[in-house]
Design a protein around this ligand. Structure first.
Ligand code: ATP
Ligand code: MG
Ligand code: MG
Length: 353
């Protein structure tokens, strides 16, 4: 049978591997950490850094198609692989989404609204950017941030002394975004097949705790027009990137029902885990279908639901959760429950459609 190569061995790779196995594919994972979540269910792990030439060559040699499960795969590594075997989603999707500045410029360039933003490369840049945003903003590292790490919120700071902030943020390129007072946050999981067909799941309403996704609820309880506009935005992003695979698109919903895109993730997404319980075809199978050239699956959900992440010691809840009807528990095979670490999630079905 065919082999799918996955760069990255975390829980997203694990769930992709499980879906791929069910469709008869073999899985090879490139991941430096031995015994990682994905390797536990894959046929083969190549233990090497994501940019290790020998590891990349080995992955390319045994894979019929290669994908990735995190957005910080070095673009050069993805391009090296793409010179030997199809890499999907296309490396350009990595390039655009790895830097919050190029991401927003890309989105605005295809007519999709975001928070206002300014590049910040010094304390003086920060002072003038904050001034032009009326004293409120979210300062973020342009690259590598996740789970709200590398962010700092400023309120009512029209003027002030920002000396040392650039250094405290790591002396790396930063972006100041306008502070959006949103009604709620939603996300859309979308997919584009090899044939160019696009399918999107219903939006989920997302609540974060300590910067980490806490719950995703479907239906999102937003106006129909809001849901439609968000799904259409996800579709135009997929088309503009010539994308093949699953994407996650995060939105802020404003008081008037309009949306801004917060960020995009060129991969399966935590806020789409609910699809494994409430849809016949999960986001994981959808991604495998897309990159393997199979037809996309139906994205309708048969039930309303709430997905909740199990972070750190939350795993202690598993015995009671598995005793509940209509709850699907999914653990990632991580031995140690460190604070802030995603250990698993569960989805509770809350009513049939
Ligand atoms: P993820 O784990 O989703 O990749 P991340 O580290 O990339 O997280 P963001 O999604 O940019 O971070 O921000 C995390 C959360 O912080 C958002 O979901 C939102 O709740 C809040 N936030 C981010 N940017 C803004 C903004 N410009 N205005 C208001 N709130 C914001
Ligand atoms: Mg992010
Ligand atoms: Mg986010």
């Amino acid at each position: 049978g065919s082999t799918i190569g996955i760069v990255g061995g975390g829980q997203l790779g694990r769930m992709l591997a499980m879906a791929a196995a069910r469709l008869g594919y073999r899985i090879a994972v490139l991941e430096p950490q031995a015994g990682c979540p994905a390797a536990q269910v894959a046929n083969r792990q190549i233990v090497a850094a994501y940019d290790d030439p020998a590891g990349l060559a080995e992955l390319a040699a045994i894979s019929d198609v290669i994908t990735y499960e995190f957005e910080n795969v070095p673009v050069e590594a993805a391009e090296t692989l793409a010179g030997r075997v199809p890499v999907l989603p296309p490396p350009r999707a990595l390039e655009v989404s790895q830097d919050r500045l190029s991401e927003k410029q890309f989105l605005n360039g295809i007519g999709i609204d975001t928070a206002p933003f300014l590049a910040v490369d010094s304390d003086a840049d920060l002072a003038s950017a904050l001034h032009s945003f009326g004293g409120n903003g979210v300062l973020k590292t342009r690259r590598m941030g996740y789970d709200g790490k590398g962010q700092r919120v400023f309120r009512h700071m029209e003027s002030g002394n920002y000396s040392g902030v650039f250094e405290a943020m790591g002396s790396v390129p930063l972006i100041l975004e306008g502070l959006i007072s949103f009604e709620c946050e939603i996300s859309v999981i979308g997919a584009r097949g090899a044939d160019g067909r696009v399918a999107t799941y219903a939006p989920a309403r997302n609540v974060h705790r300590d910067g980490i996704l806490h719950t995703s609820t479907v239906p999102a309880a937003v106006p129909d027009i809001t849901a439609d506009v968000a799904r259409a935005a996800a579709a135009s992003i997929l088309e503009a990137l010539g994308y093949v695979g699953v994407i996650g698109v995060e939105f802020f919903v404003l008081d008037d029902g309009s949306v801004l895109v917060n960020e995009i993730a060129p991969r399966v997404h935590n806020s789409g885990h609910w699809t494994e319980a409430a849809c016949v075809i999960s986001q994981f199978e959808q991604h495998v279908r897309a990159i393997a050239g199979l037809p996309l699956g139906d994205t309708r959900h048969h039930s309303a639901c709430v997905m909740e992440n199990l972070i750190g010691d939350d795993v202690a809840r598993v015995p009671e959760l598995v005793a509940e009807p209509d709850v699907l528990v999914h653990l990632y095979g991580k031995a140690e429950a460190r604070p802030g670490r995603k250990m698993g999630h569960f989805t509770r079905l809350t009513g049939r459609n």
